[in-house]
Design a protein around this ligand. Sequence first.
Ligand code: NCD
Length: 326
Amino acid sequence: MRHLLSAADLDRDEALAILDAAARMHDIQNREVKKLPPLRGRTIVNLFFEDSTRTRSSFELAGKWLSADVINVSAKGSSVSKGESLRDTALTVAAMGVDALVVRHNASGAVQRVAGWVDCVVVNAGDGTHEHPTQALLDAYTLRRRLGDLADRHVVIAGDITHSRVARSNVLLLRTLGARVTLVAPPTLMPSGVSSWPCTTSWDMDATLSGKAHGDVDAVMMLRVQRERMSGGYFPTAHEYAVEYGLSPARLDLLGADVPVLHPGPMNRGVEISSAAADGRRSAVLDQVQAGVAVRMAVLYRLLSSAAPPAAEDTAARGAVQEVAE
Ligand code: NCD
């Protein structure tokens, strides 16, 4: 695997290898001294054309804890605001001798285009409404820690599916890992081509969560209503949306006591998720954030170490490389 552009780039073995490596990275994350040498001398640029809190900072920490040099370039404050094209910006940054570009862009397919222009490794950190593969990996990691093997598990993903790159990547990866997915959204927020996706769909939140419509539920993932991507009225009011589709305290009671509740963040409290759900016992929201660093360490390590083996000239570095790789 040269780049990570889509969750579909991962077959089952590859996905499990990343998730297993992430578990070892997670142990390192809990140490007092977190720095390891495997990516020493490597340079990673986070090239973000869209806002981000979790994704960008966790990619930055992941690279730094593996001893890579990491810099952040964001569209605000870069030559993009002077009219530079995506191609020119990507080629300019890559020409500095960069080993990996982690790219987020508001246009679906933009990261794939970047991968075609540059020679270095490219990781998709979210492209438009298309994909966000590392989010799907960290969600799968979080789910596996709560549920164990995901084979035949039933995951409900509810919210603004139309505008969600998280939903698309999750459907692909969860299927690869053998789970069953049901998407729940109002008709206006269900993508038009969804019938070809490997999942079932529903407009009825209560029937789905209670297990009456599609069988018992093992996990629920709530998605943000992405108003910044909406051009018209997809639903009458935020209150109406919350009543029909929000994970309210009453809906939480439809779920089994151990059913984890996920949300990729940022959350719109009171719209798609109540504080009772976001902060309650079932909530896995902060586990997801923690998993984000470990999973991105595993992804960067895997891509960069296969791109060209690190010159592990000293035994300490070699030992650490083996420790995280095995
Ligand atoms: C998601 C994203 O940016 O696609 N957030 C994230 O990466 N943590 C989901 C969202 O913005 O709602």
